[in-house]
Write a protein that binds this ligand. Structure first.
Ligand code: 5GP
Length: 170
């Protein structure tokens, strides 16, 4: 299946010069969405994953169905001050803008093998911050999965030796 055919590219959104990759056109097609999650599962099944973590909001639509398919738990990584219980925090910068991400302090046990899932890898700032949160709690990031990777932004460099799978590359 050519997943790229299901991505809609929006010029100059949300800022001039950005070519935004809209995944909603893939998500609304049930068999294509399912095939995408299953393909990420084939990769993730090799990593002996205990739990999946995903940053809001689009990391949820990749990470949650994958955790269901793999029969492991899902941990939401949220923007600062959104979580109801005690949380740890880490600052990050995006392709456009900056913010902080947070995770509940009891979300991960030391030694847990964590897969991080998001819709898209751009500069790698979001994944780097997600790794930081997992590692603050003593978790081991064993892999990262994305629907899309913008390879020209070299986000993979932020992942070092961590195995990465992305279905679509620009
Ligand atoms: P990074 O932190 O790697 O620079 O940016 C990746 C994050 O920004 C992801 O969480 C992703 O949701 C969001 N993002 C950046 N550019 C795009 C885009 O073109 N399309 C989509 N769907 N998300 C994007």
């Amino acid at each position: 299946m050519n997943f790229k055919d299901y991505i809609r590219v929006i010029p100059d959104y949300p800022q001039p010069g950005i070519r935004f990759k809209d995944i909603t056109t893939l998500l609304k097609d049930g068999p294509v969405y399912k095939a995408a999650i299953n393909e990420l599962k084939t990769f993730a099944d090799t990593l002996n994953v205990d739990v999946i973590a995903g940053p809001e909001a689009r990391g949820f639509v990749v990470g949650a169905p994958l955790s269901y398919a793999m029969n492991v738990g899902f941990i939401p990584i949220r923007k600062a001050n959104k979580l109801p219980y005690k949380a740890i925090q880490a600052d990050y910068s995006l392709e456009y803008g900056s913010d902080a991400l947070a995770m509940h302090e009891d979300a991960i046990k030391p030694g847990d093998r964590v897969l991080i899932a998001d819709d898209l890898l751009a500069t790698g700032g979001t994944i780097e911050t997600s790794i930081n949160l997992v590692e603050q709690l003593g978790g081991i990031v064993v892999g990262a999965v994305f629907l899309i990777e913008l390879s020209y932004l070299d986000g993979r460099e932020k992942l070092g030796d961590i195995p990465v799978s992305s279905l679509i590359t620009y």
